[in-house]
Design a protein around this ligand. Structure first.
Ligand code: MN
Ligand code: MN
Length: 464
């Protein structure tokens, strides 16, 4: 019998053990603090793109593209952005791309939102992305978005973030009257058409006896308020994108403050990590792209989603400016990409939905998903083992802890990302990101050590 050889076995490393030195802990805390500030002010795709553009410009990126430019930013409709940092080698030798998404599940207002019922002013909604509806009831919601007037002027709306601001809320049924509801299936008990936000209560012209018989006085007063504050009328709401999001800043979670609770770790943790990594690497070997998409949560559709031709057109323009002799198909074929997106962390209250040997654990660093998709890998990008081996080598060399997992038990569900829309060009691409708890809820939970390891992993990839 040969002797047991422990070195042959794979052992996952806990990030807190890896980053235990005082210097590492200081950097880890600074990273978490920066991320919490970012997460607290970036709640919509537009706000996130504005933030990224401002940070990139401060770091020397320009929206002008030329033969001599080194750092280029291109925005698509205010909701998708590409940052490109020129490498020493020509584009024909490939690039390093990290793509993440800036949109997050939320509750949008309908285009005919405002009405009055039972002396309450209300707004109709249509949720965006995969939400568990009951999680959005009886809590503080902020209203973010834009209203575009017929003259083309854009009115920005943000109500509910300052402590002095009012918030909106969607009411829930009291337990005393929920006897019938609690026996229903969850899918039947919560209807989208009951997700109506309470926005007002005081009638217009209060105290004026001549107006007592007027109809919809509460709605009327809301319109007066909107007109006074924003100069808009009810028909301006047709050309608006208004979103209800959880109000308030990101918070420390745990008695040890080892985690961050907030709205939109999916996928703004990856957005933040990719941006940090890109801005840290000033003179790369290969050209670097950081690509931040909208519409991932609803299938990457539309002019700002990953299925659009935005990226392809942008790379063609960059190629024409920086490396006109290289051909686009070759650039794409030699490209390497990370589809940066979060994974589901094993939840001790729901162990039954995970296959523990192939699940992601909080604390063990960013997680590779070789494939996504659902039940039989349907709809999956399946990263090539040659590429997985290459990336393993990079991360191990950089000393960054990482893990390999898939999303939940095979028969239970699954999910998709933008990876397959990059893979169509022939480039190497794999999904990777930190594992979070309560994904798609108004208060997702992310480990600070995982965030830090993700930033370092992305830096190592960009540098490779
Ligand atoms: Mn995601
Ligand atoms: Mn998602």
């Amino acid at each position: 019998m040969s002797k047991y050889k422990p070195e042959l076995e794979h052992v996952s490393r806990n990030c807190w053990d890896v980053y235990a030195s005082a210097a590492d802990r200081k950097a880890l805390a600074a990273c978490a603090d920066g991320y919490m500030r970012f997460l607290s002010v970036c709640k919509t795709e537009r706000e996130t793109v504005d933030y990224i553009l401002a940070a990139a410009k401060a770091a020397g990126f320009s929206e002008q593209l030329g033969a001599k430019s080194k750092a280029y930013a291109r925005v698509q409709r205010g909701k998708t952005i590409l940052l490109a940092r020129r490498g020493r080698r020509p584009l024909g030798e490939g690039f390093r791309l990290i793509g993440a998404h800036v949109d997050t599940p939320r509750i949008d207002l309908k285009q005919h939102p405002l009405y009055e019922d039972s002396d309450l002013g209300l707004m109709k909604t249509h949720y965006y992305g995969g939400i568990r509806k009951y999680q959005w009831l009886a809590r503080e919601l902020a209203l973010h978005g834009v209203v575009v007037k017929k003259d083309g002027s854009v009115v920005k709306v943000m109500v509910g973030e300052d402590l002095g601001d009012p918030v909106l809320t969607i009411t829930d049924l009291l337990p005393h009257l929920a006897q019938k509801q609690v026996e229903q299936k969850v899918s039947d008990a919560f209807e989208a058409e009951k997700l109506n936000a309470v926005v007002a209560h005081e009638p217009s012209g209060a105290g004026d006896t001549k107006r007592l018989k007027d109809k919809d006085r509460v709605k009327g007063r809301v319109l007066e308020l909107l007109h006074r504050r924003y100069g808009i009328t009810e028909s301006d709401l047709f050309s608006a994108e208004l979103q209800l999001v959880p109000a308030g800043p990101a918070r420390n979670v745990g008695l040890d403050s080892s985690m961050i609770g907030g709205y939109g770790h999916d996928d703004r943790s990856c957005v933040f990590a990719a941006l940090e990594a890109l801005l840290a690497e000033k003179t790369p070997e290969h050209t670097q792209f950081a690509l931040f998409w909208d519409k991932e949560e609803i299938g990457s559709e539309g002019a700002t989603g990953a299925q659009s031709l935005f990226f392809e057109y942008a790379v063609q323009d960059i190629l024409d400016a920086w490396s006109p002799k290289d051909r686009l198909p070759e650039v794409f074929r030699r490209g390497m990409a990370i589809s940066a997106d979060v994974n589901a962390a094993v939840d001790p209250d729901h162990l039954d939905v995970f296959e523990k040997r192939n699940a992601a654990y909080m604390g063990y660093g960013p997680c590779f998903n070789k494939f996504t998709g659902h039940r039989g890998k349907v709809g999956a990008n399946d990263a090539h083992p040659e590429y997985v081996a290459y990336l393993r080598g990079i991360l191990d060399k950089a000393g960054v802890p990482w893990q390999m997992a898939e999303l939940g038990k095979v028969d239970l569900g699954g999910g998709g990302t933008v990876a397959k829309f990059l893979a169509v060009y022939g480039m190497d691409v794999i999904d990777m990101g930190p594992a979070v708890l309560s994904m798609h809820s108004p208060f997702e939970v992310l480990g600070k050590a995982d965030l830090y390891a993700t930033v370092l992993a992305f830096r190592a990839f960009f540098k490779s």
